[in-house]
Design a protein around this ligand. Structure first.
Ligand SMILES: C[S@@+](CC[C@H](N)C(=O)[O-])C[C@H]1O[C@@H](n2cnc3c(N)ncnc32)[C@H](O)[C@@H]1O
Length: 442
């Protein structure tokens, strides 16, 4: 779950002297996929046995640096913290490959049945080929869930959350309370899930009918896979889930990173010296934009410094100028707007009113001709300013409406309302500051 991080050569396995004892690892047996003692994934039962999972992982050879502990302040969300200092570069956690779920191994284990299910998935939508490693993880989780207490992964499954707040779990009522960009990104997550469900229901993979027909179970397995994987790109692209390492939360300024060696062993390493009492964190992705993290993981980072431009009506201008959303940032604390946001607004104005100038401005942007760009910006400043103000005040008005709608929902049936409001408030706070800045400009 830290796609942006480069894979590094794996460090030497930590000397056992400085690590809490763990028995030598042995490969987990493949479960026989029979249903006994199924785990209740209904949201009403959010009990999680994380400590038995920790003991189970230790029995298979998981090792932690002294002082590393599971921690929760609400019994719902768990993470790792350290009670002892940890030196930069040292290994915080080691998870042996014997308990790591890897999409390549799953493909080998499940063979032809999985290949057929994957073909059915890709036939629905070519772009889903990218999501095959995730599909494999989901199928494996379902197979282990199907095996119930007979699954060698039972303690891990029993430690997992039942409640999710991401786009996959959202209803149409939730999407109606989000600004367009957040709504689209969240809906994409749910749509990908629907395709996965459809592929599972084609019946190729050896899962019980009860499992296949239970939307809650399939959705839970999908959410577990989606929110807990770590992607590696070498020697081939694949996704892993390493029990215990999957307890690390996200931070925009993480103090740890996750690496896998060629055998699939997982190492969590300290990026800096870490003080006692610190939470251990990794990066789940682009820290400049909280919305995709919100849609995928269902939380809003408290340490977010920027949001992306919400001008999705200018998508074609963004594409034409070759800009990325990462270039189009609004600063949370100051409301400042990135220069390229001004470019796309001006470009649209010129296209509508003065196509020749639009062409010249386009060339200047493409050639990084800052002088010419500045001349256009100076000349049309009042118009661009008006267009931006209009956009910002429209978004502010919309967000107020969306929040009013979200607040009218019953929390018992809409548990995602708080995170939706937190998302919208981040947008509102940032844009309020931007509005003040724009008003000061004229
Ligand atoms: C890989 S799991 C991490 C372990 C997880 N906290 C747990 O209780 O099992 C990812 C999930 O942790 C939660 N999470 C991670 N980072 C977070 C953060 N900075 N703030 C709030 N929740 C976070 C989200 O629910 C996310 O989907």
């Amino acid at each position: 779950f830290s796609p942006g991080l480069p894979r590094r050569a794996a460090p030497a396995r930590p000397g056992s002297a400085s690590f809490s004892a763990g028995r030598p690892s042995s490969r987990l047996p493949v479960s026989s996929y029979q249903s006994t003692g199924l785990i209740d994934v209904s949201q009403s039962n959010n009990q999680r046995d994380v400590y038995t999972m920790e003991q189970w992982a230790a029995q298979y050879g998981m090792q932690k640096a002294p002082g590393v502990e599971l921690y929760s302040d609400d019994d719902a969300d768990w993470q790792l913290l350290t009670q002892a200092p940890i030196a930069a570069g040292s290994t915080v956690l080691f998870v042996p490959s014997s308990i790591v779920l890897g999409s390549n191994n799953i493909a080998m284990e499940m063979g032809n049945a999985l290949t057929q299910a994957e073909a059915a998935l890709v036939a629905m939508e070519q772009g889903l080929a990218e999501r095959l490693p995730l599909f494999r993880l989901m199928i494996k989780i379902l197979a282990e869930w199907d095996a119930g207490a007979d699954s060698p992964y039972f303690p891990w499954l029993n430690s997992l959350p039942k409640q999710f707040y991401n786009g996959v779990s959202m209803t149409d009522a939730c999407f109606e309370c989000l600004p367009p960009y957040a709504s689209i990104v969240s809906m994409n997550e749910r749509n990908a899930y629907s395709r996965f469900l459809n592929a599972v229901r084609q019946g190729f993979v050896p899962l019980s009918q009860n499992t296949i027909n239970d939307d809650r179970v399939v959705k839970w397995a999908y959410n577990v896979a989606l929110t807990r994987f770590h992607e590696v790109w070498e020697p081939t692209r694949q996704k892993f889930i390493a029990p215990m390492a999957d307890m690390l939360n996200h931070s925009a300024e993480p103090n740890c990173e996750i690496v896998f060696d060629a055998e699939g062993n997982c190492y969590v390493q300290a990026l800096y010296d870490i003080q006692p009492g610190s939470l251990l964190t990794v990066s789940y992705g682009d820290p400049t934009n909280p919305t995709p993290l919100f849609a995928k993981y269902g939380f809003l980072t408290s340490d977010c410094k920027t949001i992306f431009c919400k001008a999705i009506h200018l998508d074609s201008q963004i594409k034409e100028l070759g800009y990325e959303y990462q270039d189009l940032l609004f600063q949370y604390e100051t409301g400042e707007i990135a220069p390229k946001v001004w470019d796309i607004f001006l470009y649209e104005l010129l296209q509508t009113n003065d196509p020749n100038s639009a062409d010249q401005f386009y060339q200047a942007c493409k050639n990084n001709d800052e002088g010419t760009k500045q001349q256009y910006h100076d000349h049309y400043f009042q118009y661009t300013l008006e267009a931006l103000k209009n956009h910002v005040y429209t978004i502010l008005g919309d967000v107020d409406q969306l929040n009013m709608k979200a607040q009218s929902y019953d929390l018992a049936t809409h548990p995602r309302v708080p995170v939706i409001l937190a998302h919208n408030n981040l947008v509102r706070d940032t844009f309020s500051r931007t509005a003040v800045l724009l008003d000061q400009m004229g």
